[in-house]
Structures are given as structure tokens and as C-alpha cells.
Design a protein around this ligand. Structure first.
Ligand SMILES: [Zn+2]
Length: 301
């Protein structure tokens, strides 16, 4: 098994993680859902680490075909077939009533099936029409939460339940598979088509003036306190060298404000650094290139 593309949090999740300690998120539940989804995807990765066969794993693809955007959690490319896995991290007891998915308390939830079928169909079209391959695709919902149960599910439901993860992995490892250059090329082409930013994302509104300033703990997201050459977190005890903490905060600023200039004054405000002006200045000159002079100067990578 070879991983062609590693997973990382979406830009949306990265931005929301950085905003959360600094403002009240307009849709807290949406953020919680994204975190849960990502936790499920990481579980999927752990499961896929069990692959011993000759295959390629491509994670976390955001693709577009005929103007339609679709997201794939994981693809596993074998010699004569492709598996598409859609990670689901539902916890608790659910039952199926026809095509309707319900909790035991009779609250209907969105069926995850149509979305996966849409992905599968768009991927099939993309492979046939643009990437010249006829490899068959089999798609599955993969439920990775150990406390998930679905009553009344048909054996025909394209799903892998927590109790089936082990046997499904054994089945994949027994497939006859010997990859060649064409499989690698296919994986590379898919990665090349990956979009970094979903056009459908609704970004929360935020601006520099209204965000809470300071250095945020990398472990627990509380604000840290400056203690000479180190910053420390009163909430979890984490400590960090001052330069590393300031550099990390500047990188966070760059993700939140990609178009804004990095200036010494602004970074002092951003990190809420008191006293000696040199503290931030030193980090900037050590890690960035200074452009312009005097009051108009700013820093670039
Ligand atoms: Zn902390």
C-alpha cells in the first residue's frame, strides 16, 4: 500500500479552528459537525493502514465534473478495481424505515446514501470521460464509530459496519493486485485535479478589529500568558518558546488574512505582546524577508 495523498483538515475547518477562540462562531453546530466528520476520516485512515496489498490510497479529494463539485474521503486503487469509501462517524442506535434513517427517538436524519451515490456517479463519469479508464468502482459507507448500530439494514446496503471492518480488510488484502504505471498516473491525475478550496463554503464574516488578540495555546486553544522567554497556558500547562509561539501566531494570521500585509505593528497587536518592541521584530527578521523601508515596511516569506 502506498499513500499518494495524505489527509489534512479542509481550509474551512482550519479557519474555523483559528477563529473559535477569537470570536463567537455564528454557527457553532456546523463547526462541531466538521470536527466530528474529520475525526471519522482519521479513523478511516487508521483502518486503511491495515492494507498490505499492492494498492494506492488517495485521500480527501475535492473534485469537479461538469460544474458539479464532489468530495471523496478515500479512494483505494487496485489492479482491476477502485474502492470509494465515504467515512461516517455516527454514534448511537439508528433504524431504517424504507429509505428513511431515524434515531431510536424517531428523529429523522439525512440519509448518507444519496450523497455517496452522487459521488460515485460523478467519479465514474470523470474517469470514463476525462481520464480514460474503465476500472469499475465500488462505493461503501464506512461506519467507524464503535458505538454505532443500524437496525433493519438490508445486507445489500453498501455499508461497512464497525463489526465488519476487520473482515472487509482481509478481503481487500486477498485481492489479486499488481499495479503498473497506468494506475500511478491515474492517481496523479486525480490529485492534480483536487481543488484546495470548496466554492460552496460559506465563510463566517470576521475582521481584524473584532477578533480577540493574543497567542492561542496549540494544545487546548486557551490564550497563553507571556512569561519572559516563554509563553505558558494556564489551562493545560503547555509552554512554548516565545519566538516559536509568535511565529505560530503569525502563520495563523496569514491563514485568516491571506491578503493582508504582515507588519511589525500589526503582529504586536495580533499577539498582544506587551513592552519591548524587539520581541516581535526579532521573530519577523529571523523568519521573513523585509520589504520596503521604515514605517512602510512589511514582511514576506
Ligand atoms: Zn493549553
Amino acid at each position: 500500500m502506498k499513500i499518494v495523498k495524505e489527509r489534512e483538515p479542509s481550509l474551512e475547518l482550519k479557519v474555523l479552528r483559528l477563529l473559535k477562540p477569537r470570536m463567537n462562531l455564528p454557527d457553532q453546530q456546523h463547526y462541531v459537525n466538521l470536527e466530528k466528520g474529520y475525526a471519522g476520516e482519521l479513523k478511516l485512515d487508521v483502518w486503511l493502514e491495515g492494507l498490505r496489498n499492492d494498492c494506492l490510497v488517495v485521500n480527501d479529494l475535492l473534485l469537479t465534473h461538469k460544474g458539479k463539485v464532489f468530495q471523496i474521503d478515500s479512494l483505494v486503487i487496485f489492479q482491476s478495481m477502485i474502492y470509494l469509501f465515504d467515512s461516517k462517524y455516527h454514534k448511537g442506535n439508528f433504524y431504517l424505515d424504507g429509505n428513511k434513517w431515524n434515531t431510536l427517538a424517531d428523529d429523522e436524519i439525512n440519509s448518507p446514501l444519496p450523497q455517496m451515490e452522487r459521488c460515485e456517479s460523478l467519479l465514474r463519469q470523470l474517469l470514463r470521460q476525462c481520464l480514460n479508464t474503465n476500472l469499475p468502482i465500488e462505493a461503501f459507507l464506512v461506519f467507524t464509530h464503535p458505538e454505532f448500530t443500524l437496525y433493519h439494514a438490508s445486507p445489500k446496503l453498501p455499508a461497512i459496519f464497525p463489526t465488519q471492518l476487520h473482515s472487509f480488510m482481509k478481503k481487500m488484502n486477498k485481492l489479486d493486485s499488481k499495479l503498473n504505471r497506468s494506475h500511478e498516473k491515474l492517481a496523479e491525475q486525480l490529485v492534480a485535479q483536487h481543488l484546495n478550496k470548496s466554492p460552496n463554503t460559506q465563510w463566517p464574516e470576521y475582521d481584524f478589529g473584532h477578533l480577540k488578540k493574543g497567542v492561542v495555546c496549540s494544545k487546548c486553544s486557551s490564550f497563553m500568558i507571556e512569561r519572559g522567554r516563554i509563553w505558558m497556558c494556564a489551562a493545560c500547562g503547555q509552554t512554548e518558546n516565545a519566538q516559536a509561539a509568535i511565529l505560530r501566531s503569525i502563520q495563523e494570521f496569514k491563514i485568516l488574512f491571506p491578503k493582508e500585509k504582515i507588519t511589525s505593528n500589526k503582529m504586536r497587536k495580533w499577539c498582544a505582546v506587551e513592552g519591548d518592541r524587539k520581541k516581535v521584530y526579532r521573530t519577523l527578521t529571523n523568519h521573513f524577508k523585509k520589504v520596503g523601508s521604515r514605517s512602510a515596511s512589511y514582511y514576506i516569506d
